[in-house]
Design a protein around this ligand. Sequence first.
Ligand code: NAD
Length: 296
Amino acid sequence: RGKRAFIAGVADDDGYGWAIAKSLASAGAEILVGTWVPALNIFETSLQRGKFDESRVLRDGSLMNISKVYPLDAVYDTPEDVPQDVKSNRRYAGSSKWTVKEVAESVKEDFGSIDILVHSLANGSEQKILIEQGMQVSKPLLEISRHAYLATVSSSSYSFVSLLKHFVPLMNPGGATISLTAGSSQRVLPGYVGGMSSAKAALESDTKVLAFEAGRRHKIRVNAISAGPLRSRAAKATGIIDMLIDYSLANAPLQKEFLAEEVGNAAAFLASPLASAITGTVLYVDNGMNAMGVAV
Ligand code: NAD
Protein backbone atom coordinates (compact mmCIF):
# COMPACT_ATOMS: atom_id res chain seq x y z
CA ARG A 1 0.00 0.00 0.00
CA GLY A 2 1.06 3.61 -0.49
CA LYS A 3 2.38 5.68 2.39
CA ARG A 4 0.17 7.91 4.49
CA ALA A 5 1.35 11.36 5.60
CA PHE A 6 0.07 13.76 8.23
CA ILE A 7 1.18 17.32 7.59
CA ALA A 8 0.68 19.79 10.43
CA GLY A 9 0.61 23.46 9.40
CA VAL A 10 -1.36 23.76 6.16
CA ALA A 11 -3.89 26.60 5.96
CA ASP A 12 -3.48 27.86 2.39
CA ASP A 13 -1.63 27.02 -0.81
CA ASP A 14 1.24 29.47 -0.25
CA GLY A 15 3.32 27.81 2.45
CA TYR A 16 5.79 24.97 2.69
CA GLY A 17 3.19 22.59 4.13
CA TRP A 18 1.15 22.73 0.94
CA ALA A 19 4.23 22.28 -1.26
CA ILE A 20 5.34 19.28 0.80
CA ALA A 21 1.83 17.80 0.60
CA LYS A 22 1.96 18.10 -3.18
CA SER A 23 5.38 16.47 -3.53
CA LEU A 24 4.34 13.62 -1.24
CA ALA A 25 1.05 13.20 -3.13
CA SER A 26 2.94 13.18 -6.44
CA ALA A 27 5.08 10.37 -5.04
CA GLY A 28 1.92 8.41 -4.25
CA ALA A 29 1.29 9.21 -0.58
CA GLU A 30 -2.15 9.68 0.93
CA ILE A 31 -2.43 13.15 2.47
CA LEU A 32 -3.94 14.17 5.82
CA VAL A 33 -3.45 17.71 7.10
CA GLY A 34 -3.67 19.49 10.43
CA THR A 35 -4.92 23.06 10.13
CA TRP A 36 -4.66 25.71 12.82
CA VAL A 37 -8.14 26.03 14.34
CA PRO A 38 -8.72 29.76 13.65
CA ALA A 39 -7.76 29.21 9.99
CA LEU A 40 -9.83 26.04 9.53
CA ASN A 41 -13.06 27.53 8.23
CA ILE A 42 -11.55 29.62 5.50
CA PHE A 43 -9.19 26.82 4.44
CA GLU A 44 -11.97 24.23 4.17
CA THR A 45 -14.33 26.63 2.41
CA SER A 46 -11.62 27.62 -0.07
CA LEU A 47 -10.82 23.97 -0.74
CA GLN A 48 -14.47 23.09 -1.31
CA ARG A 49 -15.10 26.09 -3.55
CA GLY A 50 -12.19 25.12 -5.78
CA LYS A 51 -10.06 28.14 -4.90
CA PHE A 52 -6.97 25.94 -4.68
CA ASP A 53 -7.74 23.78 -7.71
CA GLU A 54 -5.05 25.35 -9.86
CA SER A 55 -2.42 24.71 -7.22
CA ARG A 56 -3.74 21.20 -6.58
CA VAL A 57 -2.47 20.01 -9.97
CA LEU A 58 0.16 17.29 -9.57
CA ARG A 59 2.96 16.28 -11.93
CA ASP A 60 0.77 13.73 -13.70
CA GLY A 61 -2.02 16.29 -14.20
CA SER A 62 -4.32 14.84 -11.53
CA LEU A 63 -5.52 16.93 -8.58
CA MET A 64 -4.07 16.42 -5.10
CA ASN A 65 -6.67 14.87 -2.85
CA ILE A 66 -6.61 15.64 0.87
CA SER A 67 -8.25 12.66 2.59
CA LYS A 68 -9.06 14.61 5.74
CA VAL A 69 -8.45 18.02 7.29
CA TYR A 70 -8.08 17.96 11.08
CA PRO A 71 -8.41 21.07 13.21
CA LEU A 72 -5.22 21.41 15.27
CA ASP A 73 -3.72 23.78 17.76
CA ALA A 74 -0.26 22.47 18.48
CA VAL A 75 0.14 24.76 21.49
CA TYR A 76 -2.14 22.47 23.51
CA ASP A 77 -1.38 18.83 24.21
CA THR A 78 -4.59 17.73 25.95
CA PRO A 79 -8.03 19.27 26.59
CA GLU A 80 -6.98 19.96 30.20
CA ASP A 81 -4.32 22.37 28.89
CA VAL A 82 -6.79 24.64 27.11
CA PRO A 83 -7.60 27.85 29.00
CA GLN A 84 -11.26 28.86 29.32
CA ASP A 85 -10.92 31.99 27.16
CA VAL A 86 -9.59 29.92 24.26
CA LYS A 87 -12.31 27.27 24.73
CA SER A 88 -14.99 29.89 24.51
CA ASN A 89 -13.31 31.92 21.74
CA ARG A 90 -15.66 31.99 18.77
CA ARG A 91 -12.92 30.78 16.44
CA TYR A 92 -12.38 27.67 18.55
CA ALA A 93 -15.90 26.94 19.80
CA GLY A 94 -17.04 25.52 16.43
CA SER A 95 -14.40 22.78 16.36
CA SER A 96 -13.55 19.96 18.70
CA LYS A 97 -10.75 17.48 19.44
CA TRP A 98 -8.00 19.77 18.19
CA THR A 99 -5.35 19.29 20.88
CA VAL A 100 -2.32 17.26 19.78
CA LYS A 101 -3.29 14.16 21.75
CA GLU A 102 -6.85 14.21 20.47
CA VAL A 103 -5.81 14.71 16.84
CA ALA A 104 -3.44 11.72 17.10
CA GLU A 105 -6.29 9.67 18.56
CA SER A 106 -8.65 10.73 15.76
CA VAL A 107 -6.09 9.90 13.07
CA LYS A 108 -5.58 6.49 14.68
CA GLU A 109 -9.32 5.91 14.77
CA ASP A 110 -9.83 7.04 11.17
CA PHE A 111 -6.78 5.53 9.47
CA GLY A 112 -4.98 3.23 11.94
CA SER A 113 -1.45 4.35 11.20
CA ILE A 114 0.73 6.82 9.34
CA ASP A 115 4.20 6.63 7.77
CA ILE A 116 5.21 10.26 7.45
CA LEU A 117 4.79 13.15 9.86
CA VAL A 118 5.56 16.72 8.80
CA HIS A 119 5.74 19.72 11.13
CA SER A 120 5.41 22.87 9.03
CA LEU A 121 4.23 25.36 11.57
CA ALA A 122 5.52 28.28 13.54
CA ASN A 123 3.89 31.26 15.13
CA GLY A 124 4.47 34.68 13.72
CA SER A 125 2.76 37.97 14.24
CA GLU A 126 -0.23 36.34 12.52
CA GLN A 127 -0.91 34.67 15.86
CA LYS A 128 -3.78 36.99 16.55
CA ILE A 129 -4.83 35.24 19.71
CA LEU A 130 -1.44 35.87 21.27
CA ILE A 131 -1.53 39.46 20.17
CA GLU A 132 -5.02 39.86 21.58
CA GLN A 133 -3.61 38.59 24.86
CA GLY A 134 -1.10 41.42 24.76
CA MET A 135 1.91 39.38 23.72
CA GLN A 136 4.42 40.76 21.28
CA VAL A 137 5.65 38.24 18.79
CA SER A 138 7.48 40.48 16.34
CA LYS A 139 9.90 42.39 18.54
CA PRO A 140 13.69 42.11 18.48
CA LEU A 141 15.05 39.49 20.88
CA LEU A 142 16.45 42.19 23.15
CA GLU A 143 12.95 43.60 23.66
CA ILE A 144 10.87 40.48 23.80
CA SER A 145 9.01 39.54 26.96
CA ARG A 146 9.54 36.23 28.71
CA HIS A 147 5.95 35.36 27.93
CA ALA A 148 6.28 36.00 24.19
CA TYR A 149 9.62 34.16 24.01
CA LEU A 150 8.20 31.10 25.72
CA ALA A 151 5.04 31.26 23.60
CA THR A 152 7.17 31.28 20.45
CA VAL A 153 9.21 28.29 21.60
CA SER A 154 6.02 26.54 22.73
CA SER A 155 4.25 26.84 19.40
CA SER A 156 7.27 26.54 17.14
CA SER A 157 9.52 23.98 18.89
CA TYR A 158 7.75 22.10 21.65
CA SER A 159 4.90 21.52 19.20
CA PHE A 160 7.27 19.21 17.29
CA VAL A 161 8.22 17.29 20.43
CA SER A 162 4.53 16.98 21.27
CA LEU A 163 3.57 15.83 17.77
CA LEU A 164 6.24 13.13 17.90
CA LYS A 165 5.26 12.08 21.38
CA HIS A 166 1.65 11.52 20.33
CA PHE A 167 2.06 10.38 16.72
CA VAL A 168 5.15 8.16 16.87
CA PRO A 169 3.14 5.35 18.54
CA LEU A 170 0.89 5.25 15.45
CA MET A 171 3.76 5.44 12.97
CA ASN A 172 4.82 2.34 11.10
CA PRO A 173 8.47 1.34 11.73
CA GLY A 174 10.69 2.83 9.02
CA GLY A 175 8.59 5.99 9.06
CA ALA A 176 9.98 9.50 8.76
CA THR A 177 9.35 12.84 10.41
CA ILE A 178 10.40 16.23 9.08
CA SER A 179 10.30 19.75 10.47
CA LEU A 180 11.09 23.08 8.84
CA THR A 181 13.83 25.27 10.23
CA ALA A 182 15.65 28.40 9.09
CA GLY A 183 19.19 29.74 8.82
CA SER A 184 18.32 32.21 11.57
CA SER A 185 19.03 29.45 14.12
CA GLN A 186 22.75 29.70 13.32
CA ARG A 187 23.34 33.23 11.98
CA VAL A 188 21.95 36.65 12.74
CA LEU A 189 19.18 37.90 10.46
CA PRO A 190 18.56 41.46 11.64
CA GLY A 191 14.84 42.19 11.93
CA TYR A 192 13.87 38.53 12.36
CA VAL A 193 10.98 37.81 14.74
CA GLY A 194 12.34 37.83 18.30
CA GLY A 195 12.40 34.37 19.85
CA MET A 196 12.02 32.60 16.50
CA SER A 197 15.79 32.21 16.08
CA SER A 198 15.81 30.65 19.56
CA ALA A 199 12.88 28.40 18.63
CA LYS A 200 14.63 27.19 15.47
CA ALA A 201 17.85 26.51 17.41
CA ALA A 202 15.84 24.36 19.83
CA LEU A 203 14.14 22.57 16.94
CA GLU A 204 17.49 21.73 15.32
CA SER A 205 19.00 20.44 18.53
CA ASP A 206 15.84 18.44 19.28
CA THR A 207 16.11 16.92 15.79
CA LYS A 208 19.23 15.08 16.95
CA VAL A 209 17.94 13.96 20.32
CA LEU A 210 14.58 12.89 18.89
CA ALA A 211 16.35 11.04 16.06
CA PHE A 212 18.17 9.01 18.70
CA GLU A 213 15.13 8.35 20.85
CA ALA A 214 12.57 7.70 18.11
CA GLY A 215 15.15 5.74 16.11
CA ARG A 216 16.02 3.41 18.96
CA ARG A 217 12.50 2.97 20.26
CA HIS A 218 10.41 2.97 17.09
CA LYS A 219 12.77 2.85 14.06
CA ILE A 220 11.52 6.30 13.07
CA ARG A 221 13.79 8.85 11.36
CA VAL A 222 13.81 12.53 12.37
CA ASN A 223 15.18 15.25 10.08
CA ALA A 224 14.79 18.97 9.52
CA ILE A 225 14.92 21.03 6.35
CA SER A 226 16.50 24.46 6.66
CA ALA A 227 14.57 26.25 3.97
CA GLY A 228 15.34 29.41 2.05
CA PRO A 229 13.01 32.42 2.15
CA LEU A 230 9.45 31.98 0.86
CA ARG A 231 6.71 34.62 0.70
CA SER A 232 4.25 32.58 2.80
CA ARG A 233 1.53 34.04 4.97
CA ALA A 234 3.64 33.61 8.12
CA ALA A 235 6.71 35.09 6.42
CA LYS A 236 4.83 38.14 5.11
CA ALA A 237 3.83 38.93 8.67
CA THR A 238 7.50 39.32 9.63
CA GLY A 239 7.89 42.33 7.33
CA ILE A 240 11.42 41.38 6.20
CA ILE A 241 10.70 38.53 3.81
CA ASP A 242 11.12 40.55 0.59
CA MET A 243 14.49 41.79 1.79
CA LEU A 244 15.57 38.20 2.55
CA ILE A 245 14.42 36.99 -0.87
CA ASP A 246 16.27 39.79 -2.68
CA TYR A 247 19.38 39.22 -0.60
CA SER A 248 19.35 35.50 -1.34
CA LEU A 249 18.79 36.05 -5.04
CA ALA A 250 21.74 38.45 -5.17
CA ASN A 251 24.16 36.45 -3.01
CA ALA A 252 23.37 32.73 -3.08
CA PRO A 253 25.54 30.33 -5.11
CA LEU A 254 22.50 29.47 -7.25
CA GLN A 255 21.05 32.69 -8.64
CA LYS A 256 17.62 31.43 -9.54
CA GLU A 257 14.21 31.90 -8.07
CA PHE A 258 13.80 29.66 -5.05
CA LEU A 259 10.62 27.57 -5.11
CA ALA A 260 8.53 26.00 -2.34
CA GLU A 261 8.34 22.96 -4.60
CA GLU A 262 12.09 22.45 -4.13
CA VAL A 263 11.52 22.10 -0.39
CA GLY A 264 8.59 19.77 -1.11
CA ASN A 265 10.81 17.55 -3.24
CA ALA A 266 13.55 17.45 -0.59
CA ALA A 267 10.91 16.46 1.97
CA ALA A 268 9.67 13.68 -0.34
CA PHE A 269 13.26 12.44 -0.61
CA LEU A 270 13.82 12.54 3.15
CA ALA A 271 10.55 10.69 3.72
CA SER A 272 11.39 7.99 1.17
CA PRO A 273 13.45 4.80 1.45
CA LEU A 274 16.14 6.61 -0.59
CA ALA A 275 16.97 8.37 2.69
CA SER A 276 16.83 5.23 4.83
CA ALA A 277 20.18 5.93 6.54
CA ILE A 278 19.56 9.66 7.05
CA THR A 279 18.38 10.78 10.46
CA GLY A 280 19.24 13.56 12.89
CA THR A 281 20.26 15.91 10.08
CA VAL A 282 19.44 19.44 9.03
CA LEU A 283 19.31 19.52 5.23
CA TYR A 284 19.80 22.97 3.70
CA VAL A 285 17.44 23.63 0.81
CA ASP A 286 18.22 27.26 0.11
CA ASN A 287 20.03 27.69 -3.22
CA GLY A 288 23.23 27.27 -1.16
CA MET A 289 22.85 30.51 0.77
CA ASN A 290 24.02 28.81 3.99
CA ALA A 291 27.48 28.40 2.52
CA MET A 292 28.07 32.14 2.12
CA GLY A 293 30.05 34.24 4.57
CA VAL A 294 29.90 37.68 2.95
CA ALA A 295 27.61 39.49 0.54
CA VAL A 296 28.91 39.47 -3.01
P1 NAD B 1 2.71 29.23 6.64
O1 NAD B 1 1.98 30.42 7.09
O2 NAD B 1 2.27 28.58 5.38
O3 NAD B 1 2.75 28.08 7.72
C1 NAD B 1 2.68 28.25 9.08
C2 NAD B 1 1.45 27.50 9.52
O4 NAD B 1 1.45 27.33 10.93
C3 NAD B 1 0.15 28.23 9.18
O5 NAD B 1 -0.68 27.37 8.43
C4 NAD B 1 -0.46 28.52 10.55
O6 NAD B 1 -1.86 28.48 10.51
C5 NAD B 1 0.12 27.37 11.35
N1 NAD B 1 0.10 27.54 12.80
C6 NAD B 1 0.52 28.61 13.53
N2 NAD B 1 0.34 28.37 14.84
C7 NAD B 1 -0.18 27.11 14.93
C8 NAD B 1 -0.60 26.30 16.02
N3 NAD B 1 -0.51 26.73 17.27
N4 NAD B 1 -1.11 25.08 15.76
C9 NAD B 1 -1.21 24.62 14.50
N5 NAD B 1 -0.83 25.34 13.43
C10 NAD B 1 -0.33 26.57 13.65
O7 NAD B 1 4.24 29.67 6.56
P2 NAD B 1 5.57 28.90 6.17
O8 NAD B 1 6.56 29.98 5.99
O9 NAD B 1 5.35 27.95 5.06
O10 NAD B 1 5.94 28.12 7.48
C11 NAD B 1 6.06 26.71 7.57
C12 NAD B 1 7.35 26.36 8.29
O11 NAD B 1 8.45 26.74 7.47
C13 NAD B 1 7.54 27.10 9.61
O12 NAD B 1 8.13 26.22 10.55
C14 NAD B 1 8.51 28.19 9.24
O13 NAD B 1 9.24 28.68 10.33
C15 NAD B 1 9.37 27.44 8.26
N6 NAD B 1 10.24 28.28 7.42
C16 NAD B 1 9.71 29.28 6.67
C17 NAD B 1 10.54 30.07 5.87
C18 NAD B 1 9.99 31.17 5.01
O14 NAD B 1 10.74 31.99 4.51
N7 NAD B 1 8.68 31.22 4.78
C19 NAD B 1 11.92 29.82 5.84
C20 NAD B 1 12.44 28.78 6.61
C21 NAD B 1 11.59 28.01 7.39
